[in-house]
Design a protein around this ligand. Structure first.
Ligand code: ZN
Length: 442
């Protein structure tokens, strides 16, 4: 009989932090799972930012297919910014109500392409029960009303759907998810819901997402967050305990554990808008005949050319390539993509491997900017509210530290995936469900 499967994603966990916690005794549940499984490193997608990466984990597609381009982007058809939550300042600058609605509802209902199939959709179509705890990319087949009246909705999610106390398909008695973020309240909420689900054997597939580690790592840096990782470990431990111990847990469940992206230390901010200050730049809420839109956050940035711009992507890219703060400047020219990197002009096409393949898929997203920049090591781009994490950690770039993730597979014969895009196909294959064509071709 096919075992059920749990996918655990610890946001922002680097391979180094995972390995040192496993070896140093700071994460006993993760260590026990590590000893029982196959472990390796995998590569994320680009930009290596949570909404983009979680959409990849949930669908097995890269941004060229799933269409989620960045934490903040310009919606060409609606002529406005979409801000999923770079910082409180950025959310306020974009308009709080709109930003909350974009992050919680519209990302799944409208921005996530219908060409991409989530694991929830594929598995539920095959008659299986899926669950999601706090997963930002949750699109499924079941209608759910919000717990707060006046919030809007309904949304389409998996059968068992728990989202930061805002959507709860079942009454579990879990505490509110939103208070005391720095103390790990969201993972504590996940643990309470997870315990309830495992106790009732309430799913075939569960996507169990733990975001608190990333939050801690942004402020304390990628090597300073072992206390937060111990809390993530306890949240995974709650599932194991609810099953009656590790052996019982692994009798019932296969498990995939990974992160969505890495993190690297940042020590200097860079304002991408400053490099383009002689153009009329779009600002939220201010109507004028803008030429360019700059969307920057963490360690990725995009520039959109508007109809009034008397310039082209190459000219903008050439100018940005002179900035020492930027490692790679990317744009499309017909069937080719161009990267300015290390003082060289590199051309590549569809089917390129390595970082060029990731860059291609980012540039081939219809919601992406005309120019995409990947900052140099140590640099963070200030967001719409002027915020950054300098002195702590960040991610988003093409560089290895932002892009490499730990990948652990327990209780299946499948090899550990080499890319986060291979996780959804692994899950589908585990249940004997055919992966979507875009994931089979890869
Ligand atoms: Zn993050």
């Amino acid at each position: 009989m096919t075992k059920k499967l749990v996918l655990v994603v610890i946001d922002g966990l680097t391979p180094a932090a995972f390995e040192s916690a496993v070896e140093g005794g700071g994460a006993p549940t993760l260590a026990a799972l590590h000893d029982a499984g196959r472990y390796g490193h995998a590569v994320s997608t680009f930009p290596s930012l949570t909404p983009v990466c979680l959409a990849t984990l949930a669908t097995g597609a890269h941004p060229d297919v799933h269409h989620i381009p960045h934490l903040v982007w310009y919606h060409r058809a609606e002529r406005r910014l979409v801000e999923y939550g770079s910082s409180f300042g950025a959310v306020r600058a974009a308009g709080t109500r709109q930003a909350i609605r974009d992050a919680i509802v519209q990302m799944n209902a409208l921005h996530l392409s219908r060409e991409a199939m989530t694991v929830f959709e594929s598995l539920e179509d095959a008659g299986l029960v899926t669950g999601a705890v706090n997963v930002p990319c949750y699109r499924g087949r079941t209608r759910h009303l919000p717990t707060l009246p006046g919030f809007g909705g309904p949304v389409e999610g998996p059968r068992r759907f728990f989202y930061y106390s805002l959507f709860e398909s079942d009454v579990t008695g879990a505490p509110l998810a939103v208070r005391g973020r720095a103390e790990g309240s969201i993972d504590a909420y996940a643990a309470a819901v997870g315990r309830w689900l495992v106790t009732r054997d309430g799913f075939d597939f569960l996507f169990y997402y733990l975001p608190d580690y990333d939050f801690a790592s942004h402020s304390l840096g990628p090597t300073g967050s072992s206390v937060a990782l111990a809390r993530s470990d306890r949240a995974v431990g709650a599932l194991v305990e609810a099953a009656g111990g590790l052996d019982e847990f692994l009798d019932r469940y296969a498990l995939v554990l990974c992160s969505d992206h890495g993190q690297t230390r940042v020590d200097r901010p860079f304002r991408l808008e400053g490099a383009l200050g002689d153009f009329r730049l779009h600002r939220p809420g201010i109507r004028r005949d803008s030429e360019l839109v700059v969307t920057a956050s963490n360690r990725a940035g995009m520039v959109y050319l508007l109809p009034a711009a008397q310039t082209d992507a190459r000219s903008i890219a050439e100018r940005l390539a002179r900035e020492e703060a930027l490692d790679a400047v990317l744009f499309r020219e017909g069937d080719e993509a161009i990267a300015f990197r290390d003082g060289e002009e590199l051309q590549f096409r569809e089917g390129a491997d390595g970082w060029m393949g990731r860059a291609w898929r980012a540039l081939s997203n219809p919601n992406a900017g005309d120019v995409i920049v990947s900052p140099a090591e140590g640099v963070e781009l200030t967001d719409l509210g002027g915020r950054h994490h300098v002195g702590g950690g960040s991610h988003g770039s093409l560089l290895d530290g932002d892009s490499t993730v730990p990948m652990l597979v327990v209780g299946t014969d499948a090899p550990a995936p080499a890319s986060i895009a291979d996780v959804a196909p692994l899950v589908l294959e585990h249940f004997g469900v055919e992966a979507p064509a875009y994931a089979r071709a890869a």
